[in-house]
Every structure is written in structure tokens, then in C-alpha cells.
Design a protein around this ligand. Structure first.
Ligand SMILES: Cc1cc2nc3c(=O)[nH]c(=O)nc-3n(C[C@H](O)[C@H](O)[C@H](O)COP(=O)(O)OP(=O)(O)OC[C@H]3O[C@@H](n4cnc5c(N)ncnc54)[C@H](O)[C@@H]3O)c2cc1C
Length: 507
């Protein structure tokens, strides 16, 4: 008698989906045991990992860094597959990254001795929040004594720290020799510049939405943070290379998942082209943004709807937009473009230059993607990241020209840019954002709730026949309580769900 193999369908060919497929397919016996396929709504693998080319350089539209190489599975794959060296220039952020100049609006290059105390203050406050050792000096120790430890958000703690710093250093002179900047307004601008970088790390529009206590649960791998010479997508290619041709089906956007049906093929997937597919187990790896919109009344992606606890976790967790803008330098007086950190006048200041567009005022830097590259890069987060998705390329170039010319001495000539590439993660219906964070009002436990498979534990005392187990499993970066928002978090989550199924079948 021929028995049907259990069918496993993975939704999404990003890092989590491919890690799960790789594990399930390469595990001895399991590839003869399961009927495995991946359905991907787009036309490529990688999801939020997308290496491409811009003006002859290899760039990353999505994931860029291996955040800490010691213990990172992504680093191990990259090293084992020889992906860390390349002859083609790539977005490596080499030594230029360690040598920034900070310039205040109006073109005032700031002396590092002015910037350093505020940078140290910011770093110490963040280290404190994250439970790391704080390099305490007299002022920092005083500042920390002033801060109220019952903070709800990272943003409120940071601002309390800045206020405490000002009250401790208030006897210092209030004027600077930097144009029309007062000491306080300049310090605030430098502090805000660091806040912007922190917003990009976490994808939150406002650090006051970022939960304070969750920062100590998040784990960073130790060691260097590096980029991947052959492109981040080469790691994805390495994972997918073992899968047989045809296992990944492209252009298969799932619109509805029918589950909790009592039959041998319990889950039914409905695709946007009207076709359907049944499976015993479905691993859902779509982003938190896609889940957020999927549980809306309008879309009803799950039928029956997900249990309340899961819906609440999806609604409460944070998920923000981060976009990158790449610009080609068409002229810069043949000078090397610096790693330019920009300290802007804050909202409402009468000193701010009205020609600088508001969408650029909360970005913190613009820099070449490697020393001497003619491609420069800037990161955007939150409202501004969403805003730039609908600007024309001309508007983006002109905004950057005005701003950079204000900050760098260009002898009265406006700096011009050639080509431009801006990512659009927020409006792309397959992502609807960039990565997740723990918002005020949620906690890492919500990520555990999101990761729980369905149906929930069966009540054995109930006389009705039990539903088939493990119908829907959840993977993806937002389901990992300590490594969320990263490629390695996504990778671990894919392994976790593959292992759950392997264990279920005693493999
Ligand atoms: C700009 C940016 C910068 C980043 N920088 C870094 C970094 O430096 N380091 C780092 O570690 N991480 C970074 N990340 C985060 C990292 O890219 C993600 O955490 C990780 O790639 C997520 O993988 P995933 O498999 O969970 O989800 P995804 O990559 O989103 O994969 C899900 C897949 O599901 C598909 N899909 C969605 N809906 C459907 C549907 N209805 N039907 C079928 N298929 C569907 C999507 O097309 C996608 O391929 C960055 C992300 C962005 C956007």
C-alpha cells in the first residue's frame, strides 16, 4: 500500500523559510519522509535580504550587517562558503566608518572635544539601559543618580539623562563660537543625531515607543560587525543551493489560510490567483507587518481567526520602517566625500534653514559605501522612511543637494547627484515594513506567543476528536525573543520550527 507523505508547505523564501527548508530537506531520512515545498509571493528568494548593484558597486537594499560574528550562524555560513572576500567593490563601510566628521547645520565643523562628551553620555545611557558595563566618569555617575529607573521607554530615559547632564553642567558657559548656536541647542542636536541612529537600529519612529526593560532581554553576539563581500544574498543562495529545482514556487501569494479542519490534509492555502493547496503542516514566515495587516477585518488571512492571545501579540509588538537611499556623486570638486554626521537645528528652531526639507532632518549621516566610492548612502527611519517612498527621484536628489551643500563647504556651488536608488520596504505588500521591536505595552513574551504553533494544546477530556497537531507553525525574525529584527534571529526561528516537526515525526 502506498501511504501519502505528510505535506509541509513553507510560506516565504526569506531567511527563516529557507533555513527551515534546508534543515528539513538535508536531515537524513526526512527528505524521503516529507513532501516539502516553499510558496513565495515574490519573484526572488531572500525576502528582506536583497543584494543588488548600483553604479558598479555591490549594495544591500535590506540586511547589511552581521551583528557580531562570534556565535553567528550567518557568519559561519559565509565563512564556510567563502563569501567574505570579493574582487568587486561592495558596501563594506571600511575605515571611513571609524573616522566621521560632525558638522552642525550652517556648515560648522565641530571640534571632536565638543562632540565627544555628548556621544559618551549617549553611549553610557544606552549601555546602562542594555545592562552593559558603563564606563562611569564623574558626570556620568551623577547623571545616572538623577535618572528615574522606573522608565517605560528608552526615549524617556535618554531625555531624562540629557536633562540631568544639563543640570549638572549648567555652570559651563552657554555660548559657543559655532555660528549662532547656543551650547545647549548644539548639545541637543548632537544628542538627537545619536537618537536617530538608535531609531534606525530598532526601526522605531520614536524612541518613546521602545520598551525600556526589553532592551536587557535582547542579545547581541560579541565580536566585530561586518558586511558580506559577496553580498548578503550569497548566504541565502548557499542555503537554497541544496534544494531541488522546483521546490520553491514563485508568484504564489497566499491570501487565506484555512485551518482546524479535521481531515488528513488539514490546512488549505488559498492563493491570489484563485488556486488552492492542502497541507498537513504550514510554516508561516511572513513578516510581522504582513501578519498585522493579515489579521485586519478587511483581509482575514486566517480562517478561523487566530486565537485572541496571538492576535493581541501581533497587534502590540512594534514593527517599523527603515529605508536606505543610495546616491551617485556626480561632482564633489574631486575631494573625497567624508563620513558626514549631521547635527540639525531641532524642530521649531528659528535658526533652521527653510530650504532643508523636513524629511531629511531626522537622518543622522551620509557617507560613501567604502573609501573613495562615488556612491553615498543615508538611512531613514519611521515617518521619514515612509515619506521618502512617495517622493520623486528628483525631489530626493534636490533635497540631498541642498542639505549636503549647507553642511559641506562647496564654494557656493550646489553639490549634484546623478542616479538615485531608494528602497521601499514600507509600501511593498510582501513586507509592509522592515523589522520588529518591542513596543511600550508589549514584551518579549509576545514573541513567544507568536511563535506558538496552532492548534493550541488539545483538551484530552473533551470527547470531540482532536484536531490534527501542528497545523500552523510560525517562524520569522519577529518570533525570536532574544534575536528579533536580525537575519540570525530569522535563521534560528526557521531551525526551531523545522526541529519541531522533525521531533514530532521522531526524526
Ligand atoms: C533596510 C533593512 C536593513 C536591515 N539590516 C539588517 C542588518 O544589518 N542585519 C540584520 O541581521 N538584519 C537586518 N535587517 C533585518 C533582516 O533583513 C530580517 O530580520 C530578516 O531578513 C527577516 O527574514 P524573515 O525570513 O523572517 O522574513 P522575510 O525576509 O520578510 O521573508 C518572508 C518572505 O515571505 C514572503 N511573503 C510575504 N507575504 C507572503 C504571502 N502572503 N504569500 C507568500 N509569500 C509571502 C516575502 O516575499 C518574503 O520573501 C534589515 C532589514 C531591512 C529591511
Amino acid at each position: 500500500m502506498v501511504t501519502k507523505k505528510p505535506r509541509i508547505v513553507i510560506i516565504g523564501a526569506g531567511m527563516a523559510g529557507l533555513a527551515a527548508a534546508n534543515k528539513l530537506y538535508t536531515c537524513p531520512i526526512s527528505n524521503t519522509l516529507f513532501d516539502l515545498s516553499i510558496v513565495e509571493g515574490g519573484d526572488r528568494i531572500g525576502g528582506r535580504i536583497n543584494s543588488s548593484e548600483f553604479c558598479g558597486d555591490r549594495i544591500e537594499q535590506g540586511a547589511t550587517w552581521i551583528h557580531g560574528i562570534e556565535g553567528s550562524p550567518i557568519h559561519k555560513i559565509a565563512q564556510d562558503s567563502n563569501l567574505l572576500h570579493s574582487n568587486q567593490p561592495w558596501e563594506c563601510m571600511d575605515e571611513i566608518y571609524d573616522d566621521p566628521i560632525t558638522v552642525a547645520e550652517g556648515g560648522h565643523v565641530l571640534n571632536p572635544s565638543f562632540v565627544e562628551p555628548i556621544s559618551t553620555l549617549f553611549k553610557s545611557l544606552m549601555d546602562y539601559i542594555q545592562g552593559k558595563d558603563v564606563q562611569e566618569n564623574g558626570v556620568i555617575s551623577e547623571v545616572l543618580k538623577f535618572c528615574n529607573l522606573k522608565n517605560l521607554s528608552v526615549g524617556s530615559f535618554l531625555r531624562q539623562g540629557l536633562e540631568a547632564y544639563w543640570s549638572i553642567t549648567k555652570d559651563e558657559k552657554g555660548v559657543t563660537n559655532v555660528g549662532n548656536w547656543s551650547r545647549k541647542s548644539l548639545e541637543e542636536a548632537i544628542f538627537a543625531m545619536h537618537e536617530s541612529i538608535q531609531r534606525t537600529f530598532t526601526s522605531t519612529n520614536n524612541l518613546c515607543n521602545l520598551d525600556y526593560s526589553a532592551e536587557r532581554v535582547y542579545i547581541m553576539f560579541p565580536g566585530e560587525e561586518i558586511t558580506i563581500a559577496k553580498g548578503y544574498s550569497s548566504v541565502i543562495d548557499a542555503l537554497a543551493s541544496v534544494l531541488p529545482v522546483g521546490m520553491i514556487q514563485f508568484g504564489r501569494k497566499v491570501e487565506r489560510i484555512e485551518w482546524q479542519v479535521e481531515s488528513s490534509r488539514p490546512v488549505k492555502l488559498h492563493f491570489s490567483d484563485g488556486t488552492t493547496l492542502s497541507a498537513n503542516h504550514v510554516i508561516v514566515t511572513v513578516s510581522l507587518g504582513v501578519l498585522k495587516s493579515g489579521i485586519s477585518e478587511e483581509l482575514n488571512m486566517f480562517n478561523p481567526p487566530l486565537p485572541n492571545s496571538k492576535n493581541q501579540a501581533i497587534s502590540k509588538l512594534g514593527y517599523g520602517v527603515v529605508n536606505k537611499v543610495f546616491l551617485e556623486l556626480s561632482s564633489f570638486q574631486d575631494k573625497k566625500f567624508p563620513f558626514l554626521q549631521m547635527a540639525f537645528h531641532q524642530t521649531g528652531s528659528l535658526q533652521s534653514n527653510p530650504k532643508i526639507p523636513p524629511w531629511i532632518r531626522r537622518t543622522s549621516f551620509i557617507c560613501p559605501i567604502y573609501s573613495n566610492s562615488r556612491t553615498v548612502l543615508s538611512w531613514f527611519t519611521g515617518q521619514e522612511a515612509i515619506g521618502i517612498e512617495s517622493l520623486t527621484e528628483e525631489e530626493i536628489k534636490s533635497g540631498f543637494s541642498t542639505t549636503v551643500s549647507n553642511f559641506l563647504s562647496t564654494n557656493g556651488n550646489e553639490l549634484k547627484f546623478g542616479k538615485v536608488l531608494r528602497t521601499q520596504w514600507g509600501t511593498n505588500p510582501l513586507f509592509l515594513g522592515s523589522y520588529s521591536y518591542i513596543a511600550v505595552g508589549s514584551s518579549p513574551d509576545d514573541m513567544d506567543t507568536l511563535a506558538e504553533p496552532l492548534p493550541e494544546i488539545i483538551n484530552l477530556s473533551d470527547s470531540s476528536p482532536p484536531s490534527p497537531p501542528l497545523q500552523i507553525l510560525f517562524a520569522g525574525e519577529a518570533t525570536h525573543r532574544t534575536h528579533y529584527s536580525t537575519t540570525h534571529g530569522a535563521y534560528f526561528s526557521g531551525l526551531r520550527e523545522a526541529n519541531r516537526l522533525l521531533k514530532h515525526y521522531n526524526c
